[in-house]
Design a protein around this ligand. Structure first.
Ligand SMILES: NC(=O)c1ccc[n+]([C@@H]2O[C@H](COP(=O)([O-])OP(=O)(O)OC[C@H]3O[C@@H](n4cnc5c(N)ncnc54)[C@H](O)[C@@H]3O)[C@@H](O)[C@H]2O)c1
Length: 252
């Protein structure tokens, strides 16, 4: 029970890594707010947690909408009275487009979800944490937030921005009881491929030249273990780090 009595929000928790993180957090004693814009999916995950003896509620949140985020935090406080851990996990892919092919519309959509939504959730959470005197943020970033061509220009830039946001936040609030770290997963078996539209053949070809160096594809549960460590007090001395979980892919 490494998260006994903690309250956690996990965004994008209807599927993939967010679902695995929500389930593991609940198993470890946390009260979990299962947030996703796929509300039926979020409800199913919350029901599964409760059936297994855990505590969870579902929340319909489009992280690209400020009003939805405000409602998410208000409902969390109303249900559980506090917030200890925010896991920013919701994210979408681009279509592997290099900068010469990216449309303004795609760029804006990817940044709204992957970057601005994360910043806004961090802003609201940080102000709750400052009032409480403690809190932890875990951002699910990507190997694409550390390396140049794991995806297209928009996804890569959106995730690099979150790497910077993670480090800045960690340092700014290092003396205020707040920690902020990131995870950089390599390829993981999830449904994220469904968010890819208008794929660039050129960009895909360039991106794939490095795919052969990926030792293997990971399971969402393997990323959840790192999210558990970073969300728990066991990582009390870890702050401002983006830790790769990729079987050694970024080591090449
Ligand atoms: N799968 C990979 O190989 C991989 C690798 C590195 C990083 N990531 C990152 O991991 C995170 C989780 O992705 P996943 O692979 O588990 O994908 P997934 O598609 O299985 O899950 C993502 C979830 O986020 C939700 N979501 C998407 N847009 C949203 C929005 N605007 N508001 C609220 N919810 C939204 C989806 O409904 C879905 O339930 C993402 O940030 C992704 O960029 C994925």
């Amino acid at each position: 029970m490494r998260l006994q009595d903690k309250v956690a929000i996990v965004t994008g928790a209807a599927s993939g890594m967010g679902k695995a993180i929500a389930e593991l957090y609940a198993k470890e004693g946390a009260k979990v707010v299962v947030s996703d814009y796929n509300f039926e999916g979020a409800q199913a995950v919350a029901e599964g947690i409760k059936a297994a003896g855990g505590e969870a509620i579902a929340n319909r949140t489009n992280v690209a909408e400020l009003g939805d985020l405000e409602n998410l935090f208000a409902e969390t406080k109303a249900a559980f009275g506090k917030l200890d851990i925010l896991v920013n996990n919701a994210g979408i892919m681009d279509g592997m487009e290099p900068v010469g092919e990216i449309s303004d519309e795609k760029w804006d959509r990817v940044f709204a979800v992957n970057t601005t939504g994360v910043m806004r959730a961090m802003r609201i959470a940080t102000n709750i944490f400052l009032e409480q005197g403690h809190g932890v943020i875990v951002n699910n970033i990507s190997a694409g937030g550390l390396r140049g061509a794991r995806a297209g220009a928009a996804y890569t830039a959106s995730k690099h921005a979150v790497t910077g946001l993670t480090k800045n936040t960690a340092y700014m609030y290092a003396n205020s009881g707040i920690r902020c770290n990131g995870i950089a997963p390599g390829g993981v078996e999830t449904n994220i491929g469904a968010s890819m539209t208008g794929i660039s053949q050129f960009g895909m070809g360039r991106q794939q030249t490095g795919s052969g160096t990926m030792p293997r594809v990971g399971k969402p549960e393997e990323i959840a273990q790192l999210a558990l460590f970073l969300g728990s007090d066991e990582s009390s001395f870890v702050n401002g780090q983006v830790i790769a979980a990729d079987a050694g892919w970024t080591a090449y």
